[in-house]
Design a protein around this ligand. Sequence first.
Ligand SMILES: [Zn+2]
Length: 234
Amino acid sequence: MTRPILLLARLNEADLALDATKSRLAEVVEAARKPAELARAEEAAAAAEAEVAKLRGEQAEVEQAQAEAEAKIKQIEARLYDGKTTNSRELDNSQRDLAQHRNQKAGIEDRLLELMVALEGATSRLNAAQADVARLTEQWTNRQAGLRAEYAKLKTRLPAEQARVAAAREAAPAALLRTYDHLRPRHGGRAVAELDGDTCSACRVQAPPSKLEEARFGEELVYCGNCGRLLWGE
Ligand SMILES: [Zn+2]
């Protein structure tokens, strides 16, 4: 007959291996997700793109207004200098009209200049954001291949590890399993600790000689007086 504690030691080892595979699987799935940094870079690129589009729209409108002002100025100048108008009051009116339109055109040109400066800034922000997106996307894509391979490998390992746990449980009496199942979640998955010399390998506290002997040779379960795990040794 195998000593009860050895049945549990074997079971705990199988459980811990399965735990490790499952937790690595979760990590791999998490690592394969789109990184937050990439999502932020994409948002920044979209915002910069919208800004550039808005400024270009405004630029087109202002250029249209500029063309209209120029046409109007040419029209007034033609009327002024064609020599047909001799009425001085009419000439004065045209002069005033011309000055007003030239003034308006100067204002439009100032606005155009502002827009060009703003566009230059927004365009360079857009280029930088797009470069970030490209770089982060490439990094992410490169990582995917390795993660996919690891995921597949871990998945194929699972059935054997699950079978090993099932077999170890099968070999242990029900009362022993109840003790184990009660302890395991309370001790981070490690319900059973092997002795390292005279020390509990989980919490590094020494066990008294009476416990050492029982843990190594006895049939009874022995608990570490410090961490409460089941102790075993050979
Ligand atoms: Zn301990």
